[in-house]
Design a binder for this molecule. Structure first.
Ligand SMILES: NC(=O)c1ccc[n+]([C@@H]2O[C@H](COP(=O)([O-])OP(=O)(O)OC[C@H]3O[C@@H](n4cnc5c(N)ncnc54)[C@H](O)[C@@H]3O)[C@@H](O)[C@H]2O)c1
Length: 319
């Protein structure tokens, strides 16, 4: 069988490791992974991945470089990034260095090799300044340093197409959740934060009133579209929102998780976190027009997050 060779940057992170799992399970892919393990976890990389512990910025002719491992690769999924908004606000220079210079280095490596297409991560944060809900792909209004860094990669991708005919597809994820979601951050994503506390029979914290609404999409659903992006030419040169098209308030999420865990603990409300939009909601018309649609409902999806976190707690990985 002809194997498709796929390279994933950020393979030890949440989305990268889930995609690696899926590709390895499907059996028709050779998977090469890159990660500097700054946020990612080596144990999350599935067996069968050819792993290179490298920084996406490395391009030394004599020393460390990502360029050689791009040889004979068919498709690149570029996920490595500095992606916590709080961390990016604290360090705009490193944000630009990883998210912009690092991304350009990935495009440069692809340009010098056999890569047919780069499928790369942008973010719904690019819509921070927009009031339009549901938000279509045209509403780009970045505010935070993280969002600005993501917007600039879009222009580099267009320039690589213009000058080197390098194909790409940009994916604007809304709030992705599922197993292996990072729970180690200063402020973990809301699902992980609630599940960890309630499994430990402790009160969880809600920042603000809990009325903020978020569009959550399960990682299995975005993996369906990842695979489509490799082979569906209609995705090339395009930008797609990936959300569920439904949003829930933080309070509603808390209630759903509490019920699933049989907990009657009340949350503690603390002052709001700066720089967060009041609501997000994806307009997913474009991705749906190509036949994709989200399949995992929130109850089913949350069970996969709970199972993962319960196992991590039992292993002693979460204190
Ligand atoms: N998870 C979401 O809800 C979400 C939403 C919007 C956009 N995104 C974007 O999707 C992508 C993947 O997100 P994720 O949730 O899997 O994040 P993650 O933090 O779990 O994974 C990112 C990985 O990149 C690695 N990395 C960081 N800097 C690196 C560098 N300089 N060199 C090599 N590796 C490096 C980290 O070690 C980590 O394993 C990111 O680009 C992110 O901005 C994610």
């Amino acid at each position: 069988m002809q194997m498709t060779r796929v390279l994933i940057t950020g393979v030890a992170g949440f989305i990268g490791s889930n995609l690696a799992d899926r590709l390895i399970q499907e059996g028709s892919y050779e998977v090469v992974g890159v990660d500097n393990l700054s946020y990612g976890v080596r144990e999350q990389i599935p067996e069968g991945v050819e792993f290179h512990e490298l920084d996406i910025r490395s391009n030394s002719p004599e020393g460390a470089s990502i360029y050689p491992i791009f040889q004979n690769v068919d498709y690149v999924f570029h996920f490595a990034a500095k992606n916590s908004i709080i961390d990016c606000q604290r360090d705009p220079i490193e944000t630009a260095d990883i998210n912009v210079r690092g991304t350009v280095n990935v495009f440069e490596a692809a340009k010098r090799s056999t890569v047919k297409k780069i499928i790369y991560a942008e973010s719904s944060a690019m819509y921070e300044g927009s009031k339009v809900l549901p938000t279509p792909e045209t509403e780009v209004k970045p505010e935070s340093f993280y969002a600005v860094s993501k917007v600039s990669t879009l222009y580099f991708a267009e320039a690589y197409k213009r000058f080197y005919n390098l194909n790409s597809t940009a994916l604007r994820y809304f709030c992705v959740y599922g197993p292996k979601q990072d729970y180690r951050r200063t402020v973990p994503p809301v699902f992980s934060a609630f599940i960890i506390k309630l499994l430990k029979k402790q009160q969880a914290v809600i920042y603000g009133t809990g009325l903020k609404r978020r569009d959550f999409i399960h990682v299995d659903d975005i993996n369906d579209f990842h695979i489509q992006c490799m082979f569906d030419e209609k995705t090339t040169g395009k930008v797609f929102n990936l959300g569920s098209g439904i949003n829930y308030s933080v309070n509603e999420i808390y209630d759903i998780i509490s019920k699933l865990l049989g907990s009657d603990l009340k949350p503690i409300y603390k002052s709001d976190l700066p720089g967060e939009a009041f609501a997000n909601l994806a307009d997913i018309t474009l991705a749906k027009s190509l036949g994709w649609k989200p399949k995992v409902d929130i109850q089913t999806g949350l069970k996969t997050s709970i199972d993962f976190i319960r196992k991590e707690l039992n292993k002693g990985n979460i204190r």
